[in-house]
Design a protein. Structure first.
Lengths: 171, 411
């Protein structure tokens, strides 16, 4: 066999081997990626209904949605109203996912100063979830919701949520 | 087939089949170690021994541990600690071992920096060592998740949130990936999927990789040999010939085994006095009381902080806004890898004889200690200010390193 055809044979063998093992590797990587995805049972358990009418003014109620704490704060007359407020049954509410937008600790509510303090890295939010002290980069996130009388369905995008979202006020 | 003669001894039989005599020469009796070294050169063996102890204690903990979010906490705090005979011993050995392994890693690293043991053919030793540091960090973090207490849960929450990347305003949101966080967790929050995968990482994949990189780390050391107290460029062939000719006193080297190893064993003995003092009399040092509350996704502990060995890099992230903090954190994690290339001086000598570099070394060491203390204190008032300037000093030092080492005169 001439040198040239031997080189050619090596090249083709190498290409074939690299091609098939490469394909196998891509397939295995995809399967590995999919194995780490959230399970369907986790994803489908993502809706929660909460009745907000028992909430008292300036007292933080914490509910749970998708394993995350949900803040429900009924505002009193002296508290500042905000574009991010939800109006349910004539009263203003602040509703948000109770996780600091910095690294996800739960801020605590201080009823006297009407604000939230995150103990992890010292971030602060006002009673409407707007950042008043860094490091959090953005306000407390408003979860997708639908208002149904005095009830709130979390996980579903109602018209009020869509309006807030379009105005860029949800986060 | 190779030709085999009848072996006259077990050693000869093994040598024919495995080349054990050659192996022994290369790894032990003719692996030359300079005489001019001190106890700090024993830290590698101290680390290897501590890792061994972590593996053994881990095996016993693994037999009763249950990787289920409802059962994990009790399987550790009730079954292992109160029911299993000597279960408490394995747990305290494992906790103290995990803490001390980082203390020794830091001593080992700063020894290498002080004596310039990352230059002149020793770059790969440094790089593989840094890779081990990263793997040990991942091993420590994944292990910290397993008791599923409050600190486990919230450390898991905060650290996985780092993978969200920069905020949506930064670089047009190209580096913002909340979906990546959910993928890593396998859920919206740390839960069963999260615990299961971190269990796998901690007991299998990470230890496997650590063992592999330890072998690599030893391999990178064999040809350039270990450094010495003066940074002297030793002719190992000449020094070895002197030793083999019987001029042991004149030779600058000793064989690794049994001569140097006997010194290692002495240092190990001293180290284990400290180790078992902590295990038996001060084990709470590695047992955060907050982690004795079961994980609760609806309640953040009032003040959360990592174990002491992560505090310096945690404090570097803390004084800044989210994006700057993340940049700072990535910088702090990565910059030590670049040390052999940022040090522009060809001199291999102890820092004490390198002028400006000596000052650089001690400021870096003190700065890391200050960062460690600030990381433990609550983020308020004067602590914020000190933490901020300590973080700034850290960056300034690494930016100054190429300049001050370029100014250094060649010896």
């Amino acid at each position: 066999m001439s040198d040239k055809s031997s080189e050619r044979r090596q090249f083709i063998t190498g290409l074939g081997l690299a091609g098939f093992t490469g394909l196998g590797a891509i397939g295995a990587l995809y399967a590995a990626k999919r194995s780490w995805d959230p399970l369907p049972s986790v994803k489908s358990a993502g809706f929660t209904t909460i009745d907000v009418s028992p909430a008292k003014e300036n007292q933080l109620v914490v509910e749970k949605w998708r394993g995350k704490p949900i803040f429900i704060l009924k505002k009193s007359a002296e508290m500042k109203k905000d574009k991010r407020d939800l109006v349910i049954g004539g009263a203003n509410y602040h509703i948000s996912i109770g996780l600091c937008t910095h690294l996800g600790c739960i801020p605590s509510y201080r009823p006297d100063s009407h604000d939230f303090l995150c103990a992890c890295h010292g971030g602060e939010f006002d009673a409407s979830g707007n950042v008043t002290k860094s490091p959090p980069p953005s306000p407390l996130v408003i979860p997708p919701f639908k208002i149904d009388g005095t009830k709130l369905v979390l996980g579903e995008e109602g018209p009020e949520y869509k309006k807030l979202k379009d105005a860029g006020l949800t986060a | 087939m190779a030709h085999f003669k009848k072996a006259n001894s077990l050693n000869e039989w093994m040598d024919q089949r495995l080349g054990v005599n050659t192996l022994k020469k290369v790894m032990q009796s003719e692996y030359w170690i300079p005489k001019d070294i001190n106890f700090l050169w024993a830290m590698g063996m101290v680390l290897a021994a501590t890792f061994g102890i972590l593996v053994v204690s881990g095996i016993f903990l693994l037999m009763y541990y249950i990787p289920d979010t409802k059962l994990a906490f009790d399987s550790v705090n009730y079954i292992t600690m109160t029911e299993v005979g000597y279960g408490w011993l394995w747990r305290h050995v494992h906790g103290i071992g995990a803490s001390l392994v980082f203390l020794i890693i830091y001593i080992h690293m700063f020894t290498g920096i002080y004596y310039g043991s990352y230059k002149r053919g020793r770059e790969l030793i440094w790089l593989s060592g840094m890779l081990l540091f990263v793997l040990f960090s991942a091993e420590a973090f994944s292990g910290y998740m397993l008791p599923w207490g409050q600190m486990s849960y919230w450390a898991g929450m905060v650290i996985t949130n780092l993978f969200e990347g920069f905020s949506p305003d930064f670089a047009g949101g190209a580096l913002n990936s909340p979906a990546l966080v959910e993928w890593i967790r396998g859920d919206y929050v740390p839960d069963q999927a999260f615990l299961g995968r971190f269990f796998m990482l901690h007991v299998f994949l990470m230890p496997l990789m650590i063992i592999g990189v330890i072998v690599l780390h030893f391999g990178t050391l064999r040809l350039p040999h270990v450094n010495n107290q003066e940074g002297a460029d030793i002719d190992f062939d000449e020094a070895a010939a002197l030793w083999k000719a019987g001029n042991k006193k004149e030779s600058k080297v000793i064989p690794f085994s049994p001569v140097f190893l006997s010194k290692d064993v002495f240092v190990l003995g001293v180290y284990f006095i400290l180790f078992f003092y902590l295990v038996f009399y001060n084990f709470s040092f590695a047992m955060d009381p907050v982690n004795f509350d079961p994980a609760d996704g609806l309640k953040t502990p009032a003040h959360i902080y990592p174990e002491w060995y992560f505090l310096w890099s945690y404090e570097i992230l803390r004084p800044f806004s989210k994006d700057l903090g993340l940049l700072a954190f990535i910088f702090a994690q990565g910059i030590f890898f670049a040390l052999p290339f940022l040090d522009r001086s060809p001199n291999v000598a102890p820092a004490g004889r390198r002028g400006l570099f000596n000052i650089w070394f001690w400021i870096l060491l003190i700065d890391c200690i200050i960062l460690t203390f600030m990381g433990k204190l609550p983020p308020e008032g004067i602590w914020n200010v000190i933490g901020f300037w300590a973080a700034i000093t850290f960056f300034a030092l690494w930016i100054a390193l190429p300049i001050i080492t370029m100014l250094e005169k060649k010896k």
